[in-house]
Design a protein around this ligand. Structure first.
Ligand code: NDP
Length: 294
C-alpha cells in the first residue's frame, strides 16, 4: 500500500493565506508594511529561481520586497557595506543573502554581519544560540517547514525515534535541535523526539534509518534513501533538491520508498514551498520586532 502523500505545496498555500491576514492586520495597526531585502550575488541559475519564488511569495502575502542584484565580482567589502546599509534602513525589516556566495567571499563574515533582528534566515550565531536554548527569535526556515508538515498532518514527534541524515547548519543541525527540545512553538507534540543525527561518517547508516519512526533526508544526493533503509510505516521527509537530467529529484527514491512508508513528501512540492512560507513568517516577525510589538 502506498504511503500518504504529504502535500507541501497545498499546505504552504494554506499557511500563506493565514499569514496574509496577519500581515493586513499588522499594516493596519502599525502603518508599516513589512519589507524583505534580498541580496543576490552573481548569476547562479538556481539562486535566481529561489529569489524569484521568495519575491513572488512576498507579493502573495502583501509583504514588500526589494532585490539587490550584484555582479559575481562584487568585493566582500562592497557586500558588507550593502548589508550595513540594509541593517540601518528603517524601511527594511528582514535581510536575506541568497547562498551560495562566490568563492572569494567569506560567507560566514557576511551572514554574521546581518543584524540579528533582521536575520530572517536565522543563521546569525545569536539566533542559533537562542534556538539551542529553546528561546528562538526566528525559526530557521527549512527546519520549521519540516516541523509544520509533520504537525499539520498530525504526525507527532514526541517519543518517536527520528533519524536525520545530513548535519548542515542550514537543515540537519537546527532541525535536530528543534525536534529534541521539550516543547516548541507548535507545542510539546512537535518536540520531545529522540533524535539521531547522521552524516557521511555514520557507521551502517541503514541500520540506524531502519529504526526511525520519522526519517528526514537532507543529503544532496539524488535517490540516496532506498526502500530497504526505511522502517515500514515511517514518515519520510525529503528535504533534498537535486537538479538532474530527469528534472528536480529528492534525496529519497520516491516511488520505491512510498510503497514502504506510512507518509512521504514529494519533490518538488514538499518541503521547498514550506521553506518559502516560513521565510514570510520570519519577515513578519522581524517587522513586529522592529515596531516593538514583540
Ligand atoms: P550540505 O551539503 O551542507 O550537507 C549534506 C549533509 O549530508 C552533510 O552533513 C553530509 O555529511 C551528509 N552526507 C553526504 N553524503 C552522505 C552519505 N553518503 N551518507 C550520509 N550522509 C551524507 O547540504 P544541505 O543541508 O545544505 O542540503 C541538503 C539537501 O537539501 C540539498 O539537496 C539541498 O539542495 C537541499 N535543501 C533544500 C531546501 C528546501 O527548502 N527544500 C533548503 C536547503 C537545502 P558530512 O557532514 O559528514 O559531510
Amino acid at each position: 500500500m502506498s504511503g500518504q502523500l504529504l502535500d507541501g505545496k497545498a499546505l504552504a498555500k494554506t499557511i500563506k493565506t493565514e499569514l496574509a491576514g496577519e500581515v493586513v492586520e499588522f499594516i493596519e495597526n502599525n502603518s508599516t508594511v513589512p519589507k524583505l531585502a534580498a541580496v543576490l550575488v552573481g548569476d547562479d541559475a538556481a539562486s535566481d529561481v529561489y529569489v524569484r519564488n521568495k519575491r513572488r511569495a512576498c507579493e502573495q502575502v502583501s509583504i514588500e520586497s526589494e532585490l539587490h542584484r550584484l555582479p559575481a565580482d562584487t568585493t566582500q567589502e562592497d557586500l558588507l557595506n550593502l548589508v550595513a546599509r540594509l541593517n540601518k534602513s528603517i524601511e527594511v525589516h528582514g535581510i536575506l543573502v541568497q547562498l551560495p556566495l562566490p568563492n572569494h567571499i567569506d560567507t560566514t563574515k557576511i551572514l554574521d554581519a546581518i543584524h540579528p533582528r533582521k536575520d530572517v534566515d536565522a543563521f546569525h550565531p545569536e539566533n542559533v544560540g537562542r534556538l539551542s536554548q529553546g528561546r528562538p527569535r526566528f525559526l530557521p526556515c527549512t527546519p520549521n517547514g519540516v516541523m509544520q508538515i509533520l504537525h499539520r498532518h498530525e504526525i507527532s514527534t514526541a517519543g518517536k525515534h527520528i533519524a536525520i541524515v545530513g548535519r548542515s547548519d542550514i537543515v540537519g543541525k537546527p532541525l535536530a535541535m528543534m525536534m529534541a527540545q521539550k516543547t516548541s512553538h507548535l507545542g510539546p507534540d512537535a518536540a520531545n523526539g529522540t533524535v539521531t543525527l547522521c552524516h557521511s561518517r555514520t557507521t551502517d547508516l541503514a541500520s540506524v534509518t531502519r529504526q526511525a519512526d520519522i526519517l528526514v533526508a537532507a543529503i544532496g544526493v539524488p535517490k540516496f534513501i532506498t526502500a530497504e533503509m526505511v522502517k515500514p510505516g515511517a514518515a519520510v521527509i525529503d528535504v533534498g533538491i537535486n537538479r538532474t537530467e530527469d528534472g528536480l529529484v529528492g534525496d529519497v527514491d520516491f516511488d520505491a520508498v512510498r510503497e514502504v512508508a506510512g507518509a512521504i513528501t514529494p519533490v518538488p512540492g514538499g518541503v521547498g514551498p514550506l521553506t518559502v512560507a516560513m521565510l514570510m513568517q520570519n519577515t513578519l516577525t522581524a517587522a513586529r520586532l522592529q515596531v516593538g510589538c514583540e
